[in-house]
Design a protein around this ligand. Structure first.
Ligand code: FEO
Length: 396
């Protein structure tokens, strides 16, 4: 469905709410409730469209845009981000409004030329540049790597309104315009999951951007991201949450157990590790990969220092879901994290555990202790061994 919301007298949000999808960003970000995508229309002497949506949503979005335009034309197209969830309808809009001027960052120009048509005229804008659309001023700031090198923010000065694209986005599908119409914890939780899965790999760049922004002194009281609800009532909480992300602090007593199993023995080990960790006072979250949403695990990794990662021996290899998960860890670029490998082997031996340790090191994890391995199912001696390792963990 497409939802139209009026933020100001002359500013509209056009929002796609797709409750049917279970994947965002191809298949790498499984979503529990669906996804949402926003673009914004600013009416002035010149009419400006800020961002578009995925091409498949264009027909519905265009109907909504035409209703608001009431026969007028779009004069300016702002591309805050080249990624197709925000620029996918660009060609469709330029076909409808061929005289519209296109504004994007320097990296955005390169991306648009490669992704769409290179003969199109793009107007490059940079940090602090402005355009006048009549009574309104649109200012720009490049925000490289929040989430791609081309990302930028647009600021509608007279309305104190920031169009932040991916930043502060969330995949909420609630049929509301503003954050304060729903529970604060829900908004922050969805924002965090989006950040963890989309923006976190560039966490250090986000810090650079947040540090540089005071130079342009934008005094915004509302954030209009290109995913989810508009941030208004919870603005201080949302900004604080981003400041906390860049600090990258972990909870020392939080541990994740992530594993896959064939005949249930590695699963039994995960249960024993969980029980011992809880007895030692750790905050534990356990995920059987096959039965979990990987995006939820990546979200939990943001503030987790310790990870127990388990696999069975599968023909002397790491189980594919575990190998796949470690690739996700690698692309997430976590730092200052520790891991302990565990798992059960049957007739084949312990080779995969060494392999998994090496993979974890490549994913930037320090191996905190020798792998916990056992033959077939855990016996009393194995349980004692696990207890000892867990008891030592707090001392590290
Ligand atoms: Fe929502 Fe980087 O795209």
């Amino acid at each position: 469905m497409v939802r139209v919301g009026k933020l100001k007298d002359n500013v509209y949000q056009i929002r796609v709410i797709d409750k049917g999808t279970r994947h965002f960003h191809g298949s790498i970000f499984p979503v529990a409730e669906g996804a949402s995508y926003n673009c914004y229309l600013v009416l002035d002497e010149q009419i400006t469209l800020i961002d578009t949506v995925e091409e498949k949503y264009f027909p519905e979005v265009f109907e909504a845009v035409k209703d608001i335009l009431a026969g007028k034309k779009i004069d300016n197209l702002i591309v805050n981000h080249v990624e197709p969830d925000h620029s996918g309808s660009f060609e469709c809009f330029t076909r409808e409004f061929p005289k519209a001027k296109v504004y994007t960052s320097k990296a955005g120009v390169r991306g648009m030329q490669r992704n769409y048509f290179d003969e199109h005229e793009y107007n490059e804008v940079g940090f602090g540049d402005e355009i006048k659309t009549g009574k309104y001023t649109l200012a720009f700031a490049e925000t490289p790597l929040v989430h791609w090198p081309d990302n930028m923010w647009t600021f509608l000065k007279e309305e104190k309104l920031l169009f932040s694209n991916d930043a502060f986005g969330q995949l909420l599908v609630d049929d509301v315009l503003y954050d304060e119409e729903i529970d604060k914890e829900r908004v922050l939780k969805f924002s965090r999951e989006y950040y963890a899965n989309i923006v976190w790999p560039c966490n250090k760049n986000v810090e650079d951007v947040l540090n540089k922004l005071p130079e342009i002194n934008w005094d915004f009281d509302m954030i209009a991201p290109s995913h989810g609800v508009v941030i208004k009532g919870y603005l201080p909480d949302m900004v604080q949450q981003y400041q906390n992300f860049v600090k990258a602090e972990t909870k020392k007593d939080k541990v994740l157990i992530v594993y896959e199993t064939v005949w249930g023995n590695t699963h039994k080990m995960a249960d024993i590790i969980e029980k011992e960790l809880l007895a030692e006072g750790f905050d534990v979250k356990k995920y059987h990969i096959f039965e979990s949403r990987v995006s939820e695990i990546i979200d939990e990794m943001i503030d987790t220092e310790f990870l127990f990662i388990g696999t069975s021996n599968h023909n002397n290899c790491v189980l594919p879901p575990v190998a796949d998960f470690v690739e996700r860890l690698m692309s997430s670029r976590f730092y200052d994290r520790k891991a302990i490998v565990f798992g059960s082997y049957g007739w084949a031996g312990i080779m995969p555990f060494k392999d998994l340790e090496e993979r974890m090191e490549k994913a930037n994890f320090e191996i905190a202790a020798d792998s916990i391995t056992l033959n077939y199912k855990p016996n009393d001696e194995d349980k004692k061994n696990i207890r000892k390792i867990v008891a030592n963990l707090r001392l590290k």
